[in-house]
Design a binder for this molecule. Sequence first.
Ligand code: PLP
Length: 226
Amino acid sequence: MSIADNISAIKKEIGDTGVKLIAVSKTKPLESITEAYNAGQRIFGENMVQELVDKQEKLPKDIEWHLIGHLQTNKVKYIAPFISMIHSVDSMKLLMEINKHALKNNRVIDCLLQLEIADEDTKYGMDLAEAVELLRSEEFKQLKNIRICGVMGIATLTDNPRMTKEEFYELNTFFKGLKDTFFRKDPAFTEISMGMSGDYKLAIEQGSTMIRLGSTIFGNRSKKTV
Ligand SMILES: *Cc1c(COP(=O)(O)O)cnc(C)c1O
């Protein structure tokens, strides 16, 4: 199937649930992204800053770029002028740096808090207690150029669907807890970014609002780059 066919099949599965599709184009060439763009796709996710900046320069300016991979504080400045959403906020230090560069660019940058749900230590992300501490802090209250729009998580790579389901359920529970505690009056706190090619159907069942799909749209990547 072509990239356009893949996108339309996924759109059909998503139906009228309102779930947003992030096309994860990391390692994929401009031609593939253009093909997806011509099929109507406008939100693309990348995990490497340099690659993201190169692609953003060359591709249409109405693309919404999402950073989905770990972000080093010293690289924030390169994406701050244009990034639509950063899914991978995992520390106060990073959030303050994002705020600083958003201010320099006279923007408010949408962010998700990346929470650890997987059974592996190798994944980035905060635990719930760290997220609560961040949101309670005085420093956080000073930040006017970031907007926290929800949470993001990556499930354990496993072929046990029950485990994946439990991890997504947990992320949804964290989302609701944070919403009730810190964002009850904030209409922007709405997003749960969970679900990749191997597990997005389970993620949608568990309340995902954004699925991040690479190989389902573009085919397999030549090497593992997560
Ligand atoms: C690569 C990546 C994806 C997409 O992975 P696929 O399995 O190809 O769908 C989603 N989220 C993150 C954070 C990634 O790094």
